[in-house]
Design a protein around this ligand. Structure first.
Ligand code: ATR
Length: 270
């Protein structure tokens, strides 16, 4: 049997098994896709055990994406630049790493939400792992510029300078954001997990597409954006499905259709 999985901690909430089962059905592929809870200090062991059991590939989620990067034998430019891996393919004992998060976001923006990124002014809130995962694919779409604003300014300055060879990207403190509107605001902070939204001037959301990388009907950031005249507001469910589709293509060489599963998940999850 073709064995796949997602490894994380926590992992119970993961929708990946549902998504990959639907993709496999679409292309007539027989495979298993399970959830593996790895102890916080036991990622490598969990990976070794799964490979010994015959794994052909797996996804990696919070908090192991950086450890996964250290574990792979080879990786794509995208994974290398972000320093994080969310998809591993196992072939003849060699681990190939990719990071499909950014492609997932770009595909959701461009294909599902019909947004063009080229020439746009983009503001990303946060400068942690989530931002690292999306910067290169966004820059490859040639936005006018990307502003990365973080509560801890030093972190966004460092991140922006490490991506400057790929396009126009500048780092700021959250407290330096001006009330001037931008085209797209992406919330890549983990503030929603604490029921909070980053503190930024409300005027910046006016007329913007506001995108929360977290998913759920009403994240605090989405509520903030709706209250502050955003043109369009969305969560990251589309990105979740699209990153899974890119991972599926990385493993199986076939890109699945995503609209049906996205519609199903929208109707069933909170
Ligand atoms: P992830 O892998 O989810 O990106 P991370 O690397 O810990 O997690 O990064 C979390 C990000 O959310 C950081 O940019 C963090 O800001 P700091 O670097 O200043 O810590 C940001 N963040 C978390 N809670 C926040 C809040 N309440 N307001 C603003 N930013 C917040």
């Amino acid at each position: 049997m073709n064995k796949y999985a997602v490894i994380g901690n926590p992992i119970n909430h993961s929708l990946s098994p549902t998504i990959h089962a639907q993709f496999a059905k679409q292309v007539g592929l027989s495979m298993t896709y399970e959830k593996i809870l790895a102890p916080l200090d036991g990622f490598t062991i969990a990976v070794k055990n799964f490979i010994s059991a015959g794994a052909l590939g797996f996804n990696i989620t919070v908090p192991f994406k950086l450890e996964a990067f250290d574990l792979v034998d080879e990786c794509t430019l995208n994974a290398k630049t972000s320093g994080a891996v969310n998809t591993i393919k196992v072939e003849n004992g060699i681990l190939y790493g990719e990071n499909t998060d950014g492609t997932g976001l770009v595909n959701d923006l461009c294909n599902n939400l019909q947004q063009s990124i080229k020439g746009k002014d983009i503001l990303i809130l946060g400068a942690g792992g989530a931002t690292q995962g999306i910067l290169l694919p966004l820059l490859e779409c040639q936005p006018e510029r990307i502003l990365v604003a973080n509560r801890t300014k030093a972190r966004s300055l460092k991140l922006a300078s490490s991506y400057s060879e790929f396009g126009k990207v500048c780092g700021f403190g959250l407290d330096q954001i001006k009330a001037k509107p931008v085209d797209i605001i992406i919330n890549a902070t983990s503030a929603s997990l604490d029921g909070k939204t980053p503190e930024i001037p409300p005027g910046v959301a006016a007329g913007a597409l506001c995108y929360d990388l977290m998913y759920g009907k009403q994240t605090p950031f989405m509520q903030w954006a709706r209250k502050n005249s955003a043109l369009e507001v969305t969560d990251g469910l589309g990105m979740l499905v699209e990153q899974a589709a890119s991972a599926f293509a990385f493993w199986h060489g076939k890109t699945p259709e995503t609209k049906q599963i996205l519609k199903f998940l929208r109707e069933t999850i909170d």
